[in-house]
Write a protein that binds this ligand. Structure first.
Ligand code: ADP
Length: 544
């Protein structure tokens, strides 16, 4: 009797020693890599020895799918790791998960001398899984001490597993939080009470091209450009933060590279008092650019509305003037054909005719400007227009000491245009260059044509070596009646007319100054998609 008591005490001791070893092995394997399956694999391996079982398996409860998953097993079995079982199954091991302690049962193998020991794993108000020890000799299973020890082991293992799961949850949330923080497009810095950097997201570190750990502890102001740094250091901001009020500014910051909406939001400490602030800089560079472009577009629209209204008014006046002028011209012409006119009167008549003709041409220009004279567009060779226009001014330029240099690309496609209107557009640009150079004491006008990359437009460029366009005049150049010339010399209509003609051709007109001095006017005209027509007699009226 005494001997068997001793043997039992000895066995109990060995069991206790064994479970301690099991727990220790589990903890070491599981916690070194925070890997629960690895810990349970070690446990399974050693449990067979401690409990004299043929096989040990660990099933964990997947709460979301309401299933038990076999995460580790010792030796090879016909049930593979990863096997899933519904938790409401009445069979082992699912049924065992709901037991309130370790239990023994008959072995599935049907071998009478072997049994199965199941140990439920229970956490705080939740089932964690079940351990199954198969093929345990009946002699052992009938031992109450073994069941009690298995129960104790189950409790301790449950606590360890639950802690591990909690830790995993915490670490996962932390990882997710860090990931979210880093993937924010905004530049974020968490700052301590003196606005020194405690934490930055990757976006901010990348902008500053510095590793995040080089930024810790530095004053936030040190990471910003002058204006932003002054704001961050300002007393206004400090008092806003003390009063737990967020503050915001929109600033350009060359250090961060762009325009930013910067906000500093106070961060309350555990006692509710301000413990620091969160700095967020949102890049609004693109937004600001778009807004500027929209404003410029609006400005251009207003400008073209003004032009349209003015155009209507001018067209009305020009039409009214045209009729009496044509009558004057007609009658003077009739008078001039009379044979017997004293020479003095003939001279006067010629003068009247010339001036009336000039007035008629001005009225005609006004009509073009007003948009009353658009003609249909045909495929035309722009070089021919350039050559004809230059021929008109050749003599005058020579007389004024102005050289004309031509660089015409001969292989260019035709543009969709009206020859006479384009001639006028170019003429106005040439006349300006000529006037500027004549006042400058001579110089050179370079006229070039070419097809820029892309091939969908033909470009005419007129460059002169005169004084260039005054900076103040540049934005107003195409405005009707804008002139810097003396009364009588300039009408301020030339470039407005050119602009209107080019626009009617769906082209663009730009003006600027050449880096080496002088003005440069560039006209881009779309290439014609139409094939040039056969030349035939046409009755279409065209302006002269
Ligand atoms: P106008 O020649 O009657 O003044 P424009 O509309 O043709 O009217 O030109 C407007 C203004 O643009 C001119 O008064 C002049 O100030 C400026 N400008 C035009 N062409 C040139 C040029 N080649 N060089 C310098 N300034 C120019």
């Amino acid at each position: 009797m005494e001997g068997s008591e001793q043997a039992r005490a000895h066995r109990r001791l060995r069991l206790q020693e064994g479970t301690r070893r099991l727990l220790h092995g589990f903890s070491r394997a599981a916690s070194s890599a925070l890997n629960l399956p690895a810990g349970l694999a070690v446990w399974c391996h050693e449990a067979t020895d401690v409990f004299g079982a043929g096989r040990a398996s660990a099933w964990l409860h997947d709460r979301r799918s309401q299933e038990l998953v076999l995460v580790a097993t010792s030796g090879t079995t016909d049930v593979a790791e990863g096997t899933r079982l519904r938790t409401d199954s009445p069979q082992l091991p699912a049924a065992a998960m709901h037991h309130d302690g370790a239990r023994v049962g008959r072995g599935a193998s049907g071998q009478g001398s072997l049994g199965v020991l199941t140990v439920p794993l229970r956490g705080h108000r939740r089932a964690l899984g079940v351990l199954v020890l198969d093929e345990v000799p009946t002699s052992l299973i009938e031992d109450d001490d073994l069941v009690a020890e298995a129960d104790e082991l189950g409790r301790q293992l449950s606590a360890a597993i639950e802690n591990l799961l909690l830790l995993e949850d915490v670490l996962k949330s932390r990882r997710e939080l860090a990931h979210t923080f880093d993937s924010l497009e905004d530049l974020v810095a968490v700052c301590g009470p003196g606005l020194q950097v405690v934490h930055v997201n990757r976006t901010l570190a990348d902008r500053l091209t510095l590793p995040a750990d080089r930024l810790f502890g530095r004053p936030l102001a040190d990471l910003l450009d002058r204006e932003a740094a002054a704001w961050v250091r300002s007393e206004d901001l400090a008092s806003a933060l003390r009063a737990a009020t967020p503050a915001a500014r929109e600033l350009d910051d060359a250090t961060l590279g762009g325009r930013f909406t910067m906000t500093l939001t106070p961060l309350p400490g555990p006692d509710g008092r301000p413990a620091g602030a969160v700095f967020v800089a949102r890049d609004v560079t693109n937004q600001a650019r778009l807004e500027a472009e929209r404003a410029a577009l609006q400005e251009r629209l207003t400008q073209s509305e003004k032009l349209a209204a003015l155009g209507q008014f001018i067209a009305g006046v020009a039409h009214e003037l045209n009729n009496p002028l044509q009558a004057v011209l007609g009658h003077v012409e009739l008078l001039r054909r009379q044979g017997r006119i004293p020479p003095g009167i003939r001279r006067e008549l010629s003068l009247v005719f010339r001036e009336a003709d000039r007035a008629a041409r001005i009225v005609d220009n006004l009509l073009v400007f007003a948009g009353g004279r658009t003609a249909t567009l045909r495929p035309i060779a722009l070089n021919a227009v350039v050559t004809q226009t230059l021929a008109l001014r050749a003599a005058a330029c020579r007389a004024a000491g102005i050289d004309i240099v031509r660089r015409l690309d001969e292989s260019q496609p035709r543009v969709a245009g009206n020859r006479l209107l384009l001639q006028q557009a170019l003429f106005n640009v040439l006349i300006n260059a000529e006037q500027e150079l004549a006042a400058w004491g001579g110089g050179r006008i370079e006229v070039s044509t070419r097809v820029p990359a892309g091939g969908d437009v033909v470009r005419v460029q007129v460059r002169d070596t005169g004084p260039g366009i005054a900076a103040a005049a540049l934005p107003r150049l195409f405005e009707p009646f804008f002139t810097t010339k003396d009364v009588g010399r300039g009408t301020g209509l030339g470039l407005a007319i050119t602009y209107g003609i080019v626009k009617d051709h769906r082209g663009t007109l730009t003006a600027g100054n050449h880096p080496d001095g002088g003005a440069v006017f560039t006209i881009d005209l779309p290439v014609s998609r139409e094939r040039p027509r056969e030349r035939k007699k046409t009755t279409t009226r065209q302006r002269d």
